[in-house]
Write a protein that binds this ligand. Sequence first.
Ligand SMILES: Cn1ncc2cc([C@H](O)c3cccc(CNC(=O)c4cc(-c5ccc(F)cc5)cc(O)c4O)c3)ccc21
Ligand SMILES: [Mg+2]
Length: 214
Amino acid sequence: TGSTRPQRMLKAVQKNATKGDPESVISAIDYYCRHKEWAMNVGDEKGLILDSVLTEVNPSTALELGTYCGYSTVRIARLLSPGSKLITVEFNPDFAAVARQIIAYAGLQDKVTLVEGPSGDLIPKMKERFGIKSFDFVFLDHWKDRYVPDTKLLEDCGLLRKGTVLLADNVICPGAPEYLKYVKNSAHYESQYYKSNLEYTKVEDGLEKSVFLG
Ligand SMILES: Cn1ncc2cc([C@H](O)c3cccc(CNC(=O)c4cc(-c5ccc(F)cc5)cc(O)c4O)c3)ccc21
Ligand SMILES: [Mg+2]
């Protein structure tokens, strides 16, 4: 049986990156996905916007919905201050298995907790399982039709506080129209669109940054 795209991505990291060097892991994945085989990582262009929002927020507790192969997990974890934590949620065991190895190759396993399962089941367990009071930062990059229900679930579970920053990938391509409507029409969010391009392409895409107002 052949290898999968995530497995080929992992091989590219092991071949071209330096163990313990997150920047080299990010570059190896970007090179592979731009020149060899496209994959749905947030990528280098939108990644710079993610970096700048993260630097501004400097979260102590961060949540990522949709780990995939761990590219954005590495981008986020490499910028976290000592003692800060990132919880990333992945329901696909094959993706999770590759992500664990890529996160470990970058040397960031001590900052990251990868939880396997669907976000809808795991979000209500965050407080009891991980002792989370609330998240400072949430990166949404899982199924686009789950952005609204999971945002509402985070609200209902008291996991957002005044000032929590939500950053959503793919609000243009593939698109998350219900989510844009939800955060833009809600008095509980202050939203801003960051125009960019779909990873490794010239197609328009962007990130929506939404601050929870309480
Ligand atoms: C419930 N739950 N809980 C945890 C959890 C985790 C997952 C998986 O990580 C997973 C699997 C498959 C798809 C996604 C969403 N991502 C995308 O669909 C996407 C598409 C494209 C694109 C764009 C143009 C194309 F032509 C094709 C694909 C570009 C992008 O950046 C994407 O993020 C996420 C799923 C549901 C989950
Ligand atoms: Mg995405």
